[in-house]
Write a protein that binds this ligand. Structure first.
Ligand SMILES: *Cc1c(COP(=O)(O)O)cnc(C)c1O
Length: 267
């Protein structure tokens, strides 16, 4: 078993959010006035994108679900310091984030701005995700990654060889729904991937005391930092799958640490 530490690729813009943004930002039209995107109050995507925008000197408008005005999260504090403009919306408005009419309204309101979907999850982000696989020199049999929007798993599944497997660990309850999301991100759908659904620990961002202590122990024993939303669930699942004999003897497993440590600063 080997671990690819995409949590270490940059001190701020870690993991799979950089992989996706590297593609998406290069397809933003020249002369765009700025970027608009969406996320929750702890979003790794919004955090990474705000830092990129600051570095590129591009104005950034972050549409945030919930009202944290009186109680900024560490993520929101960072992005304000980097010059992002934060707009708080309620859950009902936030639910419209992918609706054509809402996106039209935003385009009118923020003329000349490029709109990037939540999580940077868009079919145009697949090139960046493919780089994860291109960088691996080890001939692994299976690669394991957490799954939320499905874009990362999709990008990986379509860039591995036909004799390799991609295994997603669902970090939220989403049997069937997650599979269809992954399929929708794939340009050339194939069936060398599947999702394990037994390790979401209740729901998205639900961190049980058991999971929390697993993360601390992993850090103490192996020096690998994880957080409970994504990477903690990934490694916990691996432990359980190894114990259950899910993998065959000698199977070469590549574990992808997708980063996201900034989101854990609240805990
Ligand atoms: C967003 C995120 C994921 C999930 O990636 P998807 O492409 O949405 O499935 C996994 N790990 C980390 C650290 C993330 O921030």
């Amino acid at each position: 078993m080997k671990i690819k530490r995409d949590d270490l690729i940059h001190p701020v813009i870690s993991g799979n959010k950089w992989r996706k943004l590297s593609s998406l930002l290069s397809s933003v039209p020249q002369g765009a006035k700025g970027i608009v995107s969406f996320g929750g109050g702890f979003s790794n995507h919004v955090h990474a994108l705000a830092y990129c925008c600051k570095s590129l000197d591009l104005p950034f408008i972050a549409i945030i679900r919930g009202n944290y005005q009186q109680n900024l999260t560490p993520m929101l504090r960072d992005i304000s310091a980097w010059g992002a403009q934060i707009i708080y919306v309620d859950r009902v408005t936030y639910q419209r984030r992918n609706d054509a009419d809402y996106l039209n309204e935003l385009s009118t309101q923020y003329k000349g701005y490029a709109i990037i979907p939540e999580g940077g999850s868009h079919i145009d982000a697949m090139h960046g995700v493919a780089k994860i696989v291109q960088e691996i020199e080890w001939n692994f049999d299976a690669i394991v990654t957490p799954v939320a929007s499905g874009a990362t798993l999709a990008g990986i599944a379509q860039s591995i060889n036909a004799d390799q497997q991609a295994i997603g660990i669902a970090v939220l309850k989403g049997e069937e729904y997650l599979e269809s999301l992954v399929q929708n991100f794939m340009v050339q759908p194939n069936d060398n991937w599947h999702i394990e659904h037994a390790f979401h620990h209740g729901r998205y961002a639900k961190i049980t005391p058991e999971l929390q202590s697993f993360c601390s122990e992993l850090h103490k024993k192996y020096g690998i930092p994880t957080e409970g939303v994504y990477s903690g669930k990934l490694f916990f699942a691996l432990k359980e799958m190894l114990a259950a004999g899910t993998f065959s003897q000698g199977q070469k497993i590549l574990v992808l640490h997708t980063g996201g440590m900034q989101g854990a600063r609240q805990y």
